[in-house]
Ligand binder design. Structure first.
Ligand SMILES: O=C(O)CCC(=O)C(=O)O
Ligand SMILES: [Fe+2]
Length: 331
């Protein structure tokens, strides 16, 4: 059974919603983040045409010859997460989020994926790494536009969290994300023998948690995304594609901010569920995560109302330093 709930978010994307409607919607988001750490958002306001167009650009990008894609190579420093990474470059593994500079568990199983990372155009610390414009004319302009559209949804979600958590200042989280240091990621999982994926000899993306505040994820119709069961983390449940929705999940930083009230849940991508007429080789899959992270230098400490009986579990931490350490460990 699919236990990832669907939340209609239109109360936060419409101008005319009442405070009551917003509170109800925010409460649904909070419930999902407490129980599962994942939800599907409908009524998110990002048009289907725009999402489809982004998938089209992604498939055009990854169809380019390898040498062309390597004109925008991801730098060797994993914390400088921009540009193109070929198959086998990144090894997402799980590190212990309770450790300050966690250690990656060793992994023998390769991730069969390639990716292209785009950040904020005004970020001077981590400037974007673009292909020469004649390699894929229009790509930069389009993805920059999509990035801007996703930042609007990010803001609406951060506001909803503040409302749902009943923070003294409902805009508190919004105000910790004004620099929009976000990351748009285009992901392509090439065809792989289905048997190897099913038996875990190869992975599309190994089990991991995300580092930041929240992740928004559009997936195509192929399937294969799985999330650890809220009741038994050794079991993974499918997060089947639902047209018109975006998947939203809690990252480690938000789990820490909420003193573990929210769950940053393990997830992975394996083979799509068996379908009739399934071939020996799994279809290519495309997905588009958008990672939301706090402003540089944000000190993350227990939010008011999340202390519980035992008080804060974690030391305050500088969000950028903490996530950089984790990113470096994946390269
Ligand atoms: O491709 C997907 O569906 C998931 C990607 C993911 O979990 C990630 O990039 O962190
Ligand atoms: Fe992820």
């Amino acid at each position: 059974m699919n236990q990832v709930p669907i939340v209609d978010f239109s109360a936060f994307t419409r101008e005319d919603a009442s405070e009551e409607e917003r509170k109800r919607t925010a409460a649904d988001v909070i419930d999902a983040f407490k129980n599962v750490g994942f939800l599907y958002l409908s009524g998110h306001g990002v048009s289907e045409d725009l999402v489809n167009e982004t998938f089209n650009w992604s498939s055009k990008l990854f169809a380019l010859p390898h040498e062309t894609k390597m004109l925008a190579p991801h730098p060797p420093d994993g914390a400088y997460h921009r540009g193109y990474s070929g198959v086998g470059k990144e090894k997402v593994g799980q590190i212990d989020p309770t450790k300050e500079k966690g250690v990656v568990t060793s992994r023998k199983v390769p991730d069969v994926k390639e990716s292209y990372e785009i950040g904020d155009e005004t970020d001077m610390k981590l400037p974007n790494i673009w292909l020469p414009d004649d390699a894929l004319p229009g790509f930069r302009a389009f993805t920059t536009k999509f990035y801007a559209r996703m930042t609007l949804l990010a803001r609406q979600l951060l506001l909803a969290l503040g409302v749902g958590l009943d923070l003294p200042d409902p805009e508190f989280l919004l105000k910790a994300h004004t620099q929009e240091r976000y990351q748009l990621r285009l992901l392509h999982y090439p065809p792989v023998p289905t048997k190897e994926l099913r038996q875990g000899e190869k992975e599309r993306i190994a089990a991991h948690t995300d580092f930041g505040t929240l992740t928004l994820l559009f997936q195509d119709s192929v399937g294969g995304l799985e999330v650890a069961s809220p009741t038994d983390p050794t079991i993974f449940l499918p997060v089947a594609p639902i047209p018109g929705t975006v998947v939203v999940n809690v990252g480690d930083m938000l789990q820490r901010w909420t003193n573990d009230v929210f769950r940053s849940t393990m997830h992975r991508v394996r083979a799509p569920p068996p379908a009739q007429g399934e071939g020996d080789v799994t279809m290519p899959r495309y997905s588009i995560p958008f990672f939301i992270s706090a402003d540089d230098g944000t000190i993350v400490s227990c939010l008011p109302g999340c202390e519980g009986k035992m008080g804060p579990k974690y030391e305050p931490v500088n969000s950028r330093e903490w996530s950089d350490a984790r990113l470096r460990a994946t390269y």
